[in-house]
Design a protein around this ligand. Structure first.
Ligand code: 1PZ
Length: 211
């Protein structure tokens, strides 16, 4: 699956994320991220510093999921409950659990907001729109607020090397531009829903600023 990246695969995973009672399956959340990473890796080496960090986060969550307490990590909801009930989350810096599932997933969750904004602006873009501008606007409205200066600069540099809009549509490997746009229109509500459910859950539990 990793070598034949397609936009469709990403969306299938995010679709599978939601259980009947609107819980978010970590297994598919991670699988969606794996697809995103394989996409990022097609964009060139400047993006590898971004994808490396995403991979590290994915691996941390995978380890919890396949570990001895794995059943508690079935959904984001069960993870939050389990880790909070058992005091496995550092609420401030310098505790015993710097790599909790909750704080790790929060990093991906924030990045998902970036993705949502970026894909939405790609979907509604016109021929003259620049991917680098769309990408950095999405970034500044989301992830950038949580990242230090040096990382912001490096990210901006990477954005400048993004392929143009036409090439970008092609690399998404989902048919004609019209088809890509239609697929984005179908898929974005799904990503938004997964994002919003996670956001509400984290807000309710005061977890949005985990160090
Ligand atoms: C298609 C273009 C992709 C652009 C991606 C835009 C995001 C730029 C983010 C730059 C992050 C760079 C490296 C590492 C940052 C980490 O410090 C943070 C916080 O983690 P901590 O240090 O607290 O453990 N990591 C993150 O914020 C997770 C970043 C994941 C980036 C995923 C990008 C989405 C890719 C989608 C591809 C279509």
């Amino acid at each position: 699956m990793a070598d034949c990246f397609s936009l469709q695969n990403i969306f299938e995973n995010f679709k599978s994320c939601l259980s009947d009672n609107k819980e978010v399956y970590i297994k598919y959340y991670i699988a969606g991220w794996r697809e995103l990473v394989s996409f990022m890796n097609t964009l060139g080496s400047l993006f590898s510093f971004i994808s490396k960090d995403a991979v590290t986060k994915i691996q941390i969550l995978e380890k919890f999921l396949t570990g001895e307490n794995g059943t508690h990590y079935t959904t984001v909801q069960s993870m939050v409950k389990y880790e909070l009930d058992n005091k496995l989350v550092d609420l401030t810096k310098g505790g015993n659990y710097p790599a909790s599932g909750c704080r790790t997933l929060l990093r991906l969750h924030r990045a998902l907001r970036w993705l949502q904004l970026f894909l939405e602006s790609l979907r509604t873009s016109t021929e003259n729109s620049k991917t680098s501008v769309m990408c950095s606007e999405a970034y500044n409205a989301s992830l950038a607020q949580h990242q230090p200066w040096l990382i912001r600069k490096a990210a901006e540099m990477a954005f400048c090397t993004l392929p143009g809009r036409d090439a970008f549509f092609d690399v998404m490997n989902a048919g004609s531009h019209q088809e890509v746009i239609a697929l984005l229109g179908e898929a974005l509500p799904l990503i938004s829903e997964v994002y919003q459910i996670t956001e509400d859950l984290y807000a309710k539990n005061n977890l949005l600023d985990l160090p």
